[in-house]
Ligand binder design. Structure first.
Ligand SMILES: [Zn+2]
Length: 239
């Protein structure tokens, strides 16, 4: 396989041995790649090589090998271009960044490009590092990711009977149905959640900077939990 060059963000880091790492990169133009980086942890008395860190952006050269082909691609070269340093100094910001990396790793696939998700993750990490509020940034990222992977919930009507959802009112949300259900259909659906009118209105208007941001993050997290089939670390973001 020839070497591929792309921008990438490290979204998972798995230790492998004293001198190697296995990393999951979100590349901008080629989707996710799980790659072996050799020689990155080595440090000596005279020279320190710190390795490749979680949630940094860089220019990546790699030889891909798909997981479905049973192999592991390799990192040929990594040049860090943005460490988002300031997000590492505060635990709430770091948790939000890790949450975003976790849902990205779970929702994106190898060799399936989502440049908009890459740009969204870059914007989130830069925003967190820039000292902006955590919850509005997280909500905006969740929205972009759900749209990009085709899981944006239907907020305009009941997904069972098609009745329009009235504006300015709360409604029930059913994650496993991918949208709202009306009061008539709600009793037949397990696991629905009542969403406050203010949260629903802010979400429909894509307004994340108000007091509804926490409710939006919690609501959208249910869509990820449903799709991933496991819990997320959202409580570290909203708590
Ligand atoms: Zn209905």
């Amino acid at each position: 396989m020839p070497v591929v060059n792309d921008q990438a963000i490290v979204i998972r880091r798995l230790d492998y041995s004293e001198t190697s790492q296995v990393l999951v990169f979100l590349t901008r133009g080629h989707g996710l790649y799980r790659l072996l980086a050799k020689g990155v942890k080595r440090s000596t008395r005279t020279k320190f090589t710190p390795g490749i860190d979680l949630l940094e952006r860089g220019d990546l050269s790699y030889r891909p090998c798909l997981r479905t082909e049973g192999g592991l691609g390799t990192v040929s070269e990594w040049r860090q271009t943005e460490p988002y340093l300031a997000l590492r100094g505060e635990i709430r910001r770091w948790y939000a960044a890790q949450y975003a990396a976790d849902i990205t790793a779970a929702m994106c696939e190898e060799a399936d490009p989502h440049p908009d998700v890459f740009d969204g993750l870059d914007a989130l990490l830069a925003g967190l590092a820039g000292g902006n509020e955590t919850l509005p940034l997280t909500a905006a990222f969740q929205c972009g990711l759900l749209r990009s992977v085709g899981l944006w919930p239907d907020l305009g009507r009941c997904v069972i009977c098609d009745r329009p959802a009235p504006a300015g009112r709360g409604a029930y949300y059913a994650a496993h149905q991918g949208g709202l259900v009306c009061r008539q259909c709600q009793p037949s659906q397990a696991g629905t959640r009542l969403v406050a009118a203010s949260v629903l209105t802010a979400l429909r208007e894509q307004r994340f900077d108000g007091p509804e941001a926490r409710g939006i993050v919690e609501l959208l997290d249910h869509a990820f939990v449903q799709a991933m089939g496991r819990a997320t670390s959202v409580r570290h973001v909203t708590g």
